[in-house]
Design a protein around this ligand. Structure first.
Ligand code: EPZ
Length: 458
């Protein structure tokens, strides 16, 4: 019997190679907020006039929503980080399934389409796999505004059947201060007849950014940023120019990058009030944070100790920074407890951090962490957007080399992350379609001669 060995060529998808353990220095620059940009782009459907949105990050989520708007008949012009959108000729109230499925924010189109055309047909949305993510609160809100809504084969069909096809104002109380539901109702009610109130509204900065842009389009929104928003409906909205707020989640990720690499950094532009809960926790665990001009923060990490966090809606500790903060706690002195209270499946980073030597035990949505001296580089994978960021922070601080796969998640929400980190001193680079050879043996006594190379084996 002859000995056989095979070389399988394994294709590694695009990935990051990271040489960990390097200090960072200088400034980490924050882009415009992804979650603001997405809803502001959908709001362009509310007017026939041109909207200019500035400081939009270049991300795949923005690309997908751009495709969806084009598909509806809008015209888009992109220049650097600005997008001009004109929705005068939208001819379609039905969103394409393929695109909607990869982007939860596509559901934002339902409110503006209903308000403008009196109808909308949108498949139930996809997006990050972090929990069930129902849309019942969006739908209840739209029904209260007078829409008839049916869900058939995972497609939501909504219409206003009155003669003038206009929604009407209503008093709506949300069961939970959902960001998306608040945004949907806010956009839909701008063009409704009469007054709408949203009680138990979400207070996130992205809601305030949306209300600010809607008001500059001629809407009459007050109370955004509080638990009660009032909207007096108007007949039409006009075009405007608006600059997106800085991304508080990217800013928080960079502050944590400083803490985890124990490197003093300047981070901005940002709005400190948008990050109060995060700043408090970073100070509590051992970082000194001070203003550096109006829009930047200077962070100097000292010895990092374990602190507990529980996520909650704004102004509480943001769920989107729970995973990055856990990477930090993995190397803190002492223990900490992290409770995820917003989404039910947002702990995908835990196993990857454990692979890197972290000491974490998970009890449903509560992680108990015992800090270790250092993490060790490994082959790791991001399972959703924020867990990807968390794992990359772990990689840049770890001892040794790491390979990170899961860039499709990362590219949805962080603009040029590896470029920004490497400009600040991390050794991190993106590699494409690299093939590595793995030799597997069916018999110990193989010789070089009978190696069978399977070039195309995946
Ligand atoms: C937004 O999601 C963000 N996405 C999320 O960002 C962010 O994590 C989240 O708000 C919380 O801050 C965008 O803005 C595009 P929610 P959203 O409605 O609107 C439940 C990221 O990584 N709920 O406030 O979907 C829901 O299941 C992401 O950038 C209902 O029960 O969040 C969840 O448990 C991911 N019924 C909770 O509310 C509903 O109708 C909060 O969800 C709606 C929500």
């Amino acid at each position: 019997m002859s000995s056989v060995a095979t070389i399988k060529r394994k294709v590694i998808p695009p990935h990051l190679e990271v040489k960990g353990g390097h200090q960072l220095s200088g400034v980490l620059k924050v882009s415009g907020a992804k979650n603001s940009s997405l809803v502001l782009m959908a709001a362009a459907l509310l007017t026939k006039e041109t909207l200019l949105i500035k400081n939009v990050p270049k991300l795949t989520d923005i690309e997908v929503l751009s495709e969806i708007l084009l598909n509806l008949g809008a015209k888009l012009t992109k220049r650097n980080n600005s997008i001009e959108i004109n929705s005068r000729c939208i001819h379609n109230a039905e969103l394409p399934y393929q695109l909607v499925h990869s982007l939860r924010a596509s559901f934002f189109c339902i409110g503006p389409l209903l308000a403008r055309l009196g109808e909308a047909k949108i498949p139930l949305p996809g997006g990050c796999n972090i929990g069930a993510r129902p849309v019942d609160e969006h739908i209840n809100g739209l029904k209260a505004l007078g829409a008839e809504v049916v869900i058939n084969n995972e497609v939501v069909s909504a219409q206003v059947s009155t003669k003038n096809k206009r929604l009407h104002g209503a008093n709506i109380t949300l069961k939970y201060p959902s960001v998306g539901a608040t945004e949907t109702i806010l956009m839909a009610s701008c063009l409704a007849m009469g007054k709408t109130t949203i009680s138990n509204a979400a207070r996130e900065p992205e809601i305030q950014d949306l209300a600010k842009m809607l008001n500059s389009m001629g809407a009459k929104v007050s109370g955004a940023g509080t638990q009660r928003i009032t909207i007096k409906g108007v007949k039409t909205l006009r075009g405007t120019s608006h600059s997106v707020i800085p991304d508080r989640i990217e800013a928080g990720t960079f502050l944590i990058a400083s803490a985890i690499t124990r490197s003093p950094l300047i981070v901005g532009p940002l709005v400190p009030n948008h990050l109060s809960a995060v700043i408090l926790k970073l100070q509590e665990c051992g970082c000194s944070i001070s203003h550096h001009g109006n829009h930047y923060l200077k962070i100097i990490p000292r010895e990092i100790s374990g602190v507990d966090i529980t996520t909650s809606p704004f102004p509480g500790f943001p769920t989107d920074l729970q995973a990055p903060f856990m990477s930090l706690m993995a190397t803190a002195k002492g223990s900490s407890k992290i409770k995820e209270k917003v989404f039910e499946k947002r702990m995908q980073h835990v196993n990857e951090l454990i692979k890197m030597g972290a000491c974490i035990s998970l009890e449903q949505n509560t992680a108990h962490i015992k800090g270790v001296k250092e993490l060790i580089g490994s082959n790791v994978k991001g399972g959703d957007l924020r867990s990807s960021a968390a794992i990359i922070l772990a990689c840049i601080s770890a001892k040794g080399n790491s390979i990170f796969t899961g860039l499709d998640h990362l590219d949805r929400g962080y603009e040029k992350l590896e470029e920004k980190l490497s400009n600040a001193g991390s050794i991190i680079s993106r590699k494409f379609d690299q093939k590595t050879s793995q030799i597997s043996f069916s018999n110990k006594k193989f010789t070089e001669d009978n190696i069978d190379t399977q070039k195309n084996a995946a």
